[in-house]
Design a protein around this ligand. Structure first.
Ligand SMILES: Nc1ncnc2c1ncn2[C@@H]1O[C@H](COP(=O)(O)OP(=O)(O)O)[C@@H](O)[C@H]1O
Ligand SMILES: Nc1ccn([C@@H]2O[C@H](COP(=O)(O)OP(=O)(O)O)[C@@H](O)[C@H]2O)c(=O)n1
Length: 223
């Protein structure tokens, strides 16, 4: 597909634990592109609403929070520190409670609308790698390269388990699998921007691939 903007975008969408965050960072580093972690914006919205005591069942109230998010992504070596009102919440936004609430508020149309332009503003020269659920379908439909990255639910739960263990967090495998299933279902069934591959996306199933193999596959589509 031709791009309306001269600044190239590589859209990487897919379900939780497919490897989007990891691969997006690697691709961005390799190409010297900027990175958009769109999931972090939904996580930050959920966290800010929770902190402010906003009713999470009220889409308009949560959308107001999304519109006024005081967020800063601070590149710090390998990692990016995520600051909400100048407070480092990089770890806090990855907790199970925030994950679940992020997927809840992400189903609200006014919340998605509130975050749309903020996401598009990340499109800066020389290019952008955008990680999420609807990068190739809604946010950057004109992206030159679209990847839909998947893996079996078991592989994704196993990866998440190892990731949390490494971070020293307590994890219950059964709860993790249930959580992944619930989020997959909500992300896929919501009316606005559901999780589904763009018509022109390359499907990459990473279940049996190493991170390096997935990276090579994605880079091959960008050449
Ligand atoms: N192909 C792969 N094989 C094994 N582990 C992987 C692979 N891709 C990603 N991982 C690991 O799985 C975990 C989840 O990956 P992440 O990038 O956070 O997924 P997502 O952003 O899609 O939720 C990370 O610990 C990552 O290192
Ligand atoms: N573009 C996006 C990105 C995330 N999300 C939502 O935000 C939640 C957190 O996204 P994430 O990418 O950080 O989650 P993981 O894939 O890392 O588990 C997801 O469960 C989705 O419900 C979305 O709706 N649209």
């Amino acid at each position: 597909m031709t791009e309306n903007s001269p600044i190239p975008v590589i859209a990487i969408d897919g379900p939780s634990g497919a490897g989007k965050g990891t691969l997006s960072r690697l691709v961005a580093n390799r190409l010297g592109y900027h990175l958009l972690d769109s999931g972090a914006l939904y996580r930050l919205t959920a966290l800010a609403a929770m902190n402010a005591g906003v009713d999470l069942d009220n889409p308009d109230a949560v959308a107001a929070v999304a519109r006024h998010l005081a967020v800063r992504f601070d590149a710090a070596g390998e990692d990016t520190r995520i600051l909400l009102h100048e407070q480092d919440v990089s770890r806090e936004i990855r907790t199970e409670a925030v994950s679940m609430n992020a997927s809840r508020v992400a189903a609200y149309p006014p919340v998605r609308e509130a975050l749309l332009q903020r996401q598009r503003d990340f499109r800066q020269a020389p290019g952008l790698v955008a990680d999420g659920r609807d990068m190739g379908t809604t946010v950057f439909p004109d992206a030159g390269v679209k990847i839909f990255l998947t893996a079996s639910p078991e592989a994704r739960a196993e990866r998440r388990y190892l990731q949390l263990l490494e971070k020293g967090e307590k994890v219950d495998m059964d709860a993790l699998v249930a959580d992944i299933r619930e989020r997959d279902k909500r992300d896929s069934e919501r009316a606005v921007s559901p999780l589904k591959p763009a018509d022109d996306a390359h499907l990459v199933d990473s279940t049996e691939l190493t991170i390096e193999q997935v990276l090579e596959r994605i880079l091959s589509y960008t050449r």
